[in-house]
Design a protein around this ligand. Structure first.
Ligand SMILES: [Zn+2]
Length: 309
């Protein structure tokens, strides 16, 4: 393991020297290897499976059928361990962005206290748990990282703690979940058509909104409709990705997951409905049609993102 951890930074540095300026195709800091992360807030496993089976989510189904998935991934940290955390969005997105649980990042809810105050046990310890983008850019300053989120907390608190780590960061605009998600989709399509991100993090929120309004259940048509709406956005983003002029030279790893499930019309506890999620990978280097039984925590997203490029 020590050999690997030494080798990777050296590889990053050599690539950064060869390709000091990021660009399209394989003229990037990572020779064309790129990551698109698609985060769908509050996505219950059973409802996603039903959406795939009923053609409500053809784009997500395409990603999963042509890639790898585990339906045994989890949020909420190790049960009864020091890293156990509430299955709400603040700790969840912090874990996805930083690759750590609450024993390190210290975010315990959706509030926005001042940073770096361990005495409160509720403030984000930025130095102790920087976003993967911060670690990546400390090694490869020319790496291009983008974050576009529907939930303002991600932009205004998590990303705002380390804005220099994100070359492009913004949030969806609108007065409703669907409007903000539409805005995220439009911003994403526009950015993919005009920039050359090495890593792009997207967050959609209306599935969680529908769950709170009427239930996080596969039998709830409103919840399924929200998944279908986000699936359509995913389709538009993937079309924009594949329309990039030098797409054939690019090697995109697509990661799709969520921050938590739900039970009834809420979430925060440690039930399987709230903890157990899907994590899907798709890309040229990912075997197709593989359903893994792997039990993997959501911090794996940050680790996968930094290790694959
Ligand atoms: Zn929620």
């Amino acid at each position: 393991m020590k050999k690997t951890s030494l080798l990777l930074p050296l590889l990053f540095l050599s690539l950064a020297f060869l390709y000091a300026l990021g660009g399209p195709g394989n003229t990037s800091a990572f020779q064309g290897k790129r990551v698109l992360f698609i985060g769908i807030d509050g996505l219950h496993n059973d409802a996603l499976k039903r959406s795939m089976a009923t053609e409500a989510a053809p784009n997500i189904r395409g990603l999963i059928d042509n890639g790898m998935v585990t339906w045994n991934a989890y949020v909420g940290g190790p049960l009864n361990g020091i890293g156990q955390q509430s299955t709400v969005s603040g700790p969840g997105w912090t874990s996805l962005y930083t690759g750590t649980w609450t024993d390190r990042h210290k975010v315990i809810g959706n509030s926005t206290p001042a940073y770096n105050q361990p005495a409160t046990l509720s403030s984000y310890l930025v130095a102790q748990a920087p976003a993967f983008a911060t670690r990546l850019k400390s090694i490869v300053p020319d790496a291009c990282v983008a974050s576009i989120s529907s939930w303002s907390w991600i932009e205004d608190y998590l990303v705002a703690a380390q804005p220099a780590s994100f070359d492009y960061h913004t949030k969806g605009i609108g007065s409703s979940y669907p409007q903000r998600d539409e805005s995220v989709k439009n911003l994403s399509v526009s950015y993919l058509g005009s920039a050359d991100p090495d890593v792009m993090m997207l967050h959609f929120d209306q599935v969680d909104g529908a769950g709170h309004a009427s239930g996080f259940a596969a039998t709830n048509p409103n919840y399924i409709n929200a998944i279908a709406a986000v699936d359509a956005h995913v389709g538009d983003v993937l079309a924009a990705l594949r329309a990039r002029p030098d797409y054939d030279e690019e090697n995109w790893l697509i990661i799709l997951t969520t921050d938590h499930g739900g039970i009834g019309t809420s979430h925060s506890g440690q039930s399987s409905d709230e903890r157990t999620i899907c994590m899907a990978l798709n890309g040229p280097d990912i075997p197709a049609g593989v359903v893994s039984e792997e039990v993997i925590g959501q911090p794996a997203v940050a680790h996968k993102t930094t290790s694959c490029i």
